[in-house]
Design a protein around this ligand. Structure first.
Ligand code: FAD
Length: 288
C-alpha cells in the first residue's frame, strides 16, 4: 500500500519545527518512522505534512546529570542499549532497549517516538513508569514537564498537546543497593511486548526498603502494581515473599487487552509470572 500524498519538511531547529507544526495544521512529527509510516501506508493516518525531526540540533544524545540521565527524544534504541552512561546509572533501561524489535528497529526507532506513540506493547512506557521518569515537551506555550504516570492517558494517547514536541526524558539513576530488571514475553511476529514487566528494588539491611513494579502490554497503558509493591516493602526478599507479592499483580489490572494471540486472562497470568522473575533478578542485582 502507498500512503496518501503529503508535504515533507526537514527543519534544522526546534523553533522552525514548532513553526511548521503551527503553520500546517494537519501535520505530524516524523521521528524514526517505524510506527508512523506503516500507519500511513495502511491509511490509518493520512497527515497532509510531515515535519521530520532528524536534522534538528540538540534532540539526540544522552547526558549524565549527576546521578540522572537526560536522553534526547531522537536518541535511537541502539544508542540507549549500548550507552556506557545508561548501563552504569540505569542498567534496567539499557536492558529493555536491547530487547526492542531487531537491530534495524533499534537503529531507527527513537525513544521520543516510542513514548509519544504510546503503543500498549511498547517497552519504554513500562520502564519509564517504574523509573518515575520525567518527560519534557516544548510547544507554543513554552516548555513543560510531565511525570511518566501522568503522560500515558489511553491507548495510543498521551498528555502531549497539539503542536507539542517531546524533547527529552529525564531518567533517575539507580544507586548502590538498588537493582532493576525488565522481563518480557515478546510477540513472535513483531517482538512487541505481549507483556513486559519492570521491577526496581532498593535493598538495605537485608530488607526491601522500596519496590517499584510496572506492567505493560496487558492494559491500554502500563500500570504500577501498588498492592504488590506494598506486599514486598519491608520484607526480606526471599522466594516466599516475592511469590506472594507477585500474586498481587492482578489487583492492578482491569479490562485486560485480548486478541487472537493472547487473551486477557493469559496476559494477566503472564504478568504475574514475569513479575516474579523480574523481582527476583532485581533483588539479586541490588545485593550485587
Ligand atoms: P515514529 O514512527 O516516527 O512516530 C511515532 C508517533 O510519535 C507519530 O505519531 C509521531 O508523530 C510521534 N512522534 C515521534 N516523535 C515525536 C516527538 N519527539 N514529539 C512528539 N511526537 C512525536 N517497540 C517496542 O517498544 N518494542 C518492540 O519490541 C518493538 N518492535 C518493533 C518491531 C517492528 C518490526 C517495528 C516496525 C517497530 C517496533 N517497535 C517496537 C516500535 C519502534 O521501536 C519505535 O519505537 C516506534 O516505531 C516509534 O518510534 P519512531 O521513532 O519510529 O517514531
Amino acid at each position: 500500500m502507498y500512503s496518501a500524498t503529503f508535504d515533507y519538511f526537514r527543519p534544522k531547529t526546534l523553533a522552525q519545527a514548532a513553526a511548521l507544526l503551527r503553520k500546517h495544521r494537519d501535520s505530524r512529527i516524523l521521528a524514526g518512522g517505524h510506527s508512523l509510516l506503516p500507519a500511513m501506508k495502511l491509511r490509518l493516518s493520512s497527515p497532509r505534512a510531515l515535519v521530520d525531526l532528524s536534522a534538528v540540533k540538540g534532540l539526540s544524545g544522552i547526558q549524565a546529570k549527576g546521578k540522572n540521565l537526560r536522553i534526547g527524544a531522537m536518541t535511537v534504541h541502539a544508542e540507549v542499549a549500548s550507552s556506557a552512561a545508561v548501563r552504569k546509572s540505569c542498567p534496567l533501561l539499557a536492558e529493555a532497549a536491547s530487547m526492542i524489535g531487531d537491530l534495524q528497529v533499534r537503529n531507527r526507532g527513537t525513544i521520543g517516538g516510542s513514548l509519544a506513540h504510546a503503543d500498549p506493547g511498547a517497552d519504554y512506557p513500562t520502564v519509564m513508569l517504574a523509573l518515575e521518569a520525567t518527560i519534557f515537551a516544548k510547544g507554543p506555550r513554552g516548555e513543560r514537564k510531565v511525570l511518566a504516570h501522568r503522560f500515558f492517558t489511553d491507548l495510543f494517547t498521551t498528555a502531549l498537546k497539539k503542536g507539542e514536541i517531546l524533547t527529552s526524558v529525564l531518567v533517575p539513576g539507580c544507586g548502590k543497593g538498588t537493582g532493576g530488571a525488565y522481563e518480557k514475553h515478546r510477540h513472535p511476529a513483531s517482538s512487541f511486548a505481549v507483556v513486559g514487566v519492570a521491577a526496581i528494588v532498593d535493598v538495605a539491611g537485608g530488607r526491601c526498603r522500596r519496590v517499584r513494579l510496572a506492567v505493560g502490554g496487558v492494559t491500554a497503558n502500563p500500570v504500577r502494581c501498588s498492592a504488590a509493591e506494598a506486599a514486598l516493602t519491608g520484607q526480606e526478599p526471599d522466594e516466599g515473599s516475592i511469590e506472594s507479592a507477585s500474586r498481587r499483580v492482578a489487583d492492578a489490572i482491569s479490562d485486560p487487552l485480548s486478541d487472537s494471540y493472547a487473551s486477557g486472562e493469559f496476559r494477566t497470568h503472564l504478568a504475574t509470572v514475569l513479575a516474579k522473575r523480574a523481582l527476583q533478578t532485581a533483588v539479586e542485582r541490588a545485593r550485587g
